[in-house]
Design a protein around this ligand. Structure first.
Ligand SMILES: [Zn+2]
Length: 261
């Protein structure tokens, strides 16, 4: 499930090792000690499952609603980039479903099969959202610039935190030292911070998208509403992912605290 959530979380230079990381956290849940701290995680997991179902169903629903202007997702992305004075970003097609993202390193905006050539309201919403990220990049929008700056450190944290936490937990059975567990938790905290700073980046890209789609008349006011529903559902997956991580770190801190007594 978390692999899927992170597949949805495909946006700007996401933590590339997230898949492995979340697989690992799932492993911790199944680690063999179900205790009351699990209650912290369950509501967040339910939210994550709900968000994933919601984004798929909303996207599918409005993929069959064709926008009246007759532009494709790729048309809209290219034209909005030009309108923003951005000429060095290319728009490409990428395989998969909801794999759309803006790649700031190579300045490529990649739109998935269901967005690139689609004239649906859902496709235009996603295309404009990704264009919003390209505009954020051009404008050095602070939360995005900050996130990009801390990315290398977060990337290391996301790779090391899970092994360290698992080793720390095992080690704790044989030793009174919790230092490995603590280092793992600190590394994990970096990932949580990254996920939280992702939220303003995502919300801002969506609000830019809806504003531009309306301003340039790609969508009429009655079409903006369903586009907003698609983008809000996508944003909820990021909120849910952050909530799961926050619940996990609270649980780890409780376990750490109990072991330190
Ligand atoms: Zn995004």
């Amino acid at each position: 499930m978390f692999e899927n959530i992170i597949m949805l979380a495909r946006h700007v230079n996401h933590v590339s090792s997230s898949n492995g990381f979340y697989g690992g956290m799932g492993g911790l849940g199944a680690y063999g000690f179900f205790d009351p701290t699990m209650l912290l995680i369950i509501p967040a997991m339910i939210l994550a499952i709900f968000a994933q179902a919601k984004v798929s169903s909303t996207f599918n629903k409005y993929s069959s609603l064709i926008a009246r202007q007759g532009y494709t997702g790729a048309d809209v992305a290219r034209q909005l980039l030009l309108s923003a004075g951005i000429t060095d970003v290319t728009v490409e097609r990428i395989a998969g479903n909801l794999t759309d993202h803006y790649d700031p390193k190579n300045k490529v905006l990649r739109l998935s099969d269901s967005v690139f050539g689609s004239k649906s309201v859902a496709a235009l919403g996603v295309a404009a959202h990704e264009t919003g990220h390209a505009i954020q990049h051009r404008e050095s929008y602070f939360p995005l610039a900050f996130r990009t700056a801390i990315f290398p450190v977060v990337n290391i944290g996301s790779k090391l935190s899970m092994p360290l936490i698992l080793i720390g937990l095992l080690f704790g059975y044989f030793s009174s030292s919790n230092i490995i567990l603590l280092i793992g938790i600190i590394m994990f905290a970096l990932v949580v911070f990254f996920q939280v700073i992702t939220l303003p980046v995502e919300f801002n890209a969506s609000s830019r998208a809806l504003k531009l789609l309306g301003e340039y008349n790609y969508l009429s006011p009655d079409e903006i509403k369903p586009a907003k529903k698609v983008l809000s559902a996508a944003a909820l997956t990021y909120v849910a992912a952050a909530a799961v991580s926050i619940a996990q770190i609270l649980r780890l801190l409780l376990i750490f605290n109990r072991r330190s007594d």
